[in-house]
Design a protein. Structure first.
Length: 231
């Protein structure tokens, strides 16, 4: 696996992520379902010990559910929990159905017993306010657990644009972010709560990035489809 300096890479804001997903599906025929499956695979790849997966009700949670299915196949899944499964829709709901058809129970309470890693898929790039309710309780429990934490795209509770860590915010050991770093990972509190940041390819066309005004290096994933972001 290779590394690349954060100073040499462009970043993505939450608005650009939304635009990129829409463009990739509409113009390039690559649906969100495919991107979610690829993101789940990348996330599962980062978890090499028994893992508890904590999911929220959005697409970030869908990434976590996809990851849980792969972890289950590999014998590394301890538990899967979702803050509110009734709010899952579209591709995320399809990932829930696929996971349950594999015989995996998705609980409404966070279960960390027997885990060495927590996969944090509670909130992604769309968060704009402090977590509350069950999500806040889970974030606090994850931080107090002493376990290694792998965050999906951004740590839950981090503003993906400004880098402000709301209270509470997951303190990750590792963050696996997709396509390009999210801007908030590099600003304000971002470096303190993100741990080691890895960038993984999930199949976004390079032309789609250029069409939203982002110019990636020609060699972005040429040597490796996943790399560690150097300071």
């Amino acid at each position: 696996m290779m590394s690349s300096s954060a100073q040499t890479l462009p970043t993505l804001t939450s608005r650009l992520v939304t635009e990129l997903d829409r463009l990739t599906a509409g113009e390039f025929g690559i649906p969100v379902e495919w991107l979610m499956e690829a993101a789940g695979w990348r996330s599962a790849f980062m978890c090499d010990f028994p893992t508890a997966v904590a999911c929220g009700p959005g697409n970030n949670g869908g990434d976590g559910l996809a990851a849980a299915r792969h972890l289950h196949r590999w014998g590394r899944l301890v538990s899967v929990s979702c803050t509110d499964r009734s709010k899952l829709s579209g591709p995320a709901a399809a990932e829930l159905a696929a996971l349950e058809r594999s015989g995996v129970e998705v609980g409404a309470e966070l279960r960390l017993d027997g885990a060495q890693i927590v996969l944090d898929a509670i909130f992604g790039t769309g968060l704009r306010r402090p977590p509350d309710g069950r999500a806040a309780e889970w974030i606090e429990a994850i931080n107090e657990s002493g376990l290694d934490v792998v965050a999906v795209d951004v740590p839950s509770g981090l503003d993906a644009d400004s880098g402000l860590a709301y209270s509470p915010c997951v303190r990750a050991t590792t963050t696996i972010t997709f396509t390009l770093p999210k801007r908030g990972l590099l600003l304000l509190d971002g470096p303190k709560v993100s741990g080691d940041v890895w960038v993984g390819d999930i199949g976004i066309p390079m032309r789609a990035l250029r069409e939203i005004g982002v110019t990636p290096p020609a060699s972005l994933f040429q040597l490796s489809e996943i790399f560690k972001l150097a300071p």
